[in-house]
Design a protein. Structure first.
Length: 255
C-alpha cells in the first residue's frame, strides 16, 4: 500500500520553511520599508532641528533668521525649513517634541519608584525636588555635555512671540503636575496661594540654573562636567527643599 504523503510546509522565496512559532514577531520585511527618499527627509529634518536648537539657545528664539538656520546645515534651499516645519514656532515646538519625551519618561520612572517605596517624611521634599530637577537634564546626559536644550528653554521666559511654556504645559506636563501635587502634600504649612507662588519661582529658577549649568558643563570634559552636573543638581534640590519648608509669612500676616 502506498504511503500517504503529508503536505510539505510552505517555503519562502529563499527556500526555507517559515517559522510557525506564534511567539515570533514577524520580521521587518512585513513592516513598512523606509525608502531612500524618506530616510533623507528624516535626516534633513533632524539636521535642521539640531541646528535650530543650537542657534536658538545661543541667540534667542527670535535672534536668528531661518536663513541662518539653513546655512548652519548642509542644506541650501531656504524653503527646506518651511517644507518640514511650516513656521518658526512649529520648528521650536518640534525641538520640544524631540527632547521632552525622554525627560517625561525619566520623571515618570522616578515618580513610580517614589510611590512604590516612599522615603521617610523628612526626606520626601528633597526627593520630590530631585525628581523635578534631575530628569530635566536628560538632554545634557544624552549629549555628554554638548547640549543646548536647557538654554533654549531659558529663552522661552523672555520671548512673547513663541510661548514654549504653554506648549510644554499642554503636551508634556503630566509628570511635572504629579510632582507638584505630591510636594504640595509635604508643604501643608503653606497656603495654596503661597505654594503656587513658590512653585512658579521654582520652575523659573530651575530653568535658569539648568541653562547656566548646561553652558558650564559644555566647557569641561564630560568626566568633570558630569560630576559638576550631578553635584549641583543635588544641591539645588536641598536648597529648594528649604525654600518650600520656610514659614508662610505672607499667609501669617493676613491671618
Amino acid at each position: 500500500m502506498p504511503q500517504k504523503r503529508t503536505a510539505a510546509a510552505p517555503r519562502t522565496r529563499s527556500g526555507t520553511a517559515p517559522s510557525l512559532d506564534p511567539t515570533i514577531v514577524p520580521s521587518a520585511a512585513s513592516a513598512p520599508v523606509a525608502t531612500p527618499r524618506s530616510a533623507r527627509a528624516a535626516a534633513t529634518r533632524l539636521e535642521l532641528l539640531l541646528a535650530a536648537e543650537r542657534l536658538f539657545a545661543l541667540h534667542g528664539l527670535m535672534g536668528v533668521s531661518l536663513r541662518q538656520i539653513v546655512a548652519a546645515t548642509r542644506q541650501r534651499n531656504l524653503a527646506t525649513v518651511h517644507y518640514h516645519f511650516g513656521s518658526r514656532e512649529a520648528l521650536a515646538h518640534a525641538i520640544c517634541d524631540l527632547r521632552m519625551p525622554a525627560i517625561e519618561q525619566a520623571r515618570a520612572q522616578r515618580l513610580s519608584a517614589y510611590l512604590e517605596d516612599p522615603p521617610p517624611p523628612a526626606r520626601r521634599a528633597v526627593e520630590l525636588l530631585r525628581i523635578q530637577i534631575e530628569p530635566s537634564a536628560e538632554p545634557v546626559f544624552a549629549a555628554r555635555g554638548r547640549s543646548h536644550f536647557r538654554r533654549l528653554l531659558a529663552h522661552s521666559f523672555v520671548s512673547d512671540e513663541i510661548d514654549l511654556r504653554s506648549y510644554i504645559g499642554t503636551h508634556y506636563d503630566r509628570g511635572i503636575r504629579q510632582t507638584g501635587r505630591l510636594l504640595r502634600t509635604e508643604s501643608a504649612h503653606l497656603s495654596a496661594a503661597t505654594f503656587a507662588v513658590r512653585w512658579a519661582l521654582l520652575i523659573r529658577s530651575m530653568t535658569y540654573l539648568l541653562a547656566s549649568l548646561e553652558a558650564r558643563v559644555e566647557a569641561l570634559s564630560w568626566r568633570k562636567g558630569e560630576a559638576l552636573l550631578r553635584a549641583e543638581m543635588a544641591e539645588m534640590a536641598v536648597a529648594f527643599a528649604g525654600f518650600f519648608a520656610a514659614p508662610d509669612e505672607a499667609h501669617a500676616s493676613t491671618a
